[in-house]
Design a protein around this ligand. Structure first.
Ligand SMILES: C[S@@+](CC[C@H](N)C(=O)[O-])C[C@H]1O[C@@H](n2cnc3c(N)ncnc32)[C@H](O)[C@@H]1O
Length: 268
């Protein structure tokens, strides 16, 4: 499904590094070009923990979705999906609730090219892919309504997405608009980059992204907490990714301080 076209949407340009493909490189995936690997390697020279940070973010998504599915949530709207990396969100949700329904959204044509991998739903459940931009919540909600029942709670997942939206785009309003039509009992799952942990290194990382033409804005803990306004944060509140319900079998790679705040909150 295509919900909208947008003048600000990225174009496929194999000669420019791209965040989805750089993220794929950090996750040891195979869907990136030489230029993405070069930019990612540049980051790794002064920030060798970048791979561990991407993996910790991914594990947060998996733990959060698993927890929500265990609590009975059976439908998810995942915006900023990224290049598929197993286990994908629907595999986690349907591993718990086989007939769970998932709508994936990304504005990147690269992700669209891989959408097939996102559509391998269990037969009992359903997955759908929508190419759309988070800056157009109405278009996303209209498309999602075709698959999800908005009278029942939905898990809205915005994982490692909102730091690509600067304040000029009013990301708090976008989150508000996305949550507004969702039923009480819906949840927001969010992770967001911060420079609170290591400002100097993060400034250099941002420089690599910006020199590749990518809009990026890291935020402080308070600014990220503001996304949860009017919601009830679940235990343990807003935490750095490696600290959020840290499982006993956490890999040593998670011992790095991951510069991402993460949390889950419930709509009353
Ligand atoms: C770092 S990846 C995160 C992937 C996945 N959510 C995860 O955390 O593993 C960010 C994704 O957000 C997408 N993205 C960036 N800006 C977007 C926008 N304005 N609308 C929709 N998707 C966007 C990118 O294309 C990319 O796939």
């Amino acid at each position: 499904m295509t919900a909208t076209t947008d003048d600000g949407s990225p174009q496929l340009n194999p000669h420019q590094p791209h965040p989805a493909r750089m993220y794929d490189y950090f996750l040891n995936g195979k869907d990136h070009h030489v230029v993405d690997a070069a930019a990612a390697e540049q980051v790794l020279t002064f920030y060798p923990q970048a791979k561990a940070a991407a993996q910790a973010n991914r594990r947060f998504m998996q733990r959060a979705v698993g927890q929500l599915a265990q609590s009975g949530l059976r439908q998810f709207l995942d915006i900023g999906t990224g290049i598929p990396t197993e286990p994908n969100l629907h595999q986690i949700a349907q591993g718990v609730i086989p007939d769970a329904r998932v709508v994936y959204v990304d504005n990147d044509p690269i992700v669209l090219r891989h959408a097939e991998a996102l559509l391998n739903s269990r037969p009992e459940g359903r997955t759908e892919y929508v190419q759309a931009d988070v800056r157009h919540p109405e278009a996303i909600l209209d498309a999602a309504r075709e698959v999800l029942d908005f009278d029942e709670p939905v898990g809205l997942s915005l994982v490692a997405l909102l730091h690509f939206i600067d304040d000029a785009q009013d990301p708090r309003r976008l989150v508000h608009d996305l949550l507004a039509p969702l039923a009480p009992g819906s949840h927001l799952v969010l992770s967001h980059g911060t420079a609170d942990v290591d400002p100097e290194t993060m400034a250099r990382v941002m420089e690599v992204y910006r020199s590749g033409g990518v809009t990026v804005q890291l935020r402080t803990r308070d600014e990220i907490a503001a996304f949860f306004e009017e919601l009830v944060l679940l235990d343990p509140g807003l935490a750095l990714a490696g600290d959020w319900h840290r499982p006993v079998d956490t890999p040593e790679s998670d011992d790095v301080q991951v510069p991402l705040y993460v949390g889950i909150a419930r709509k009353q």
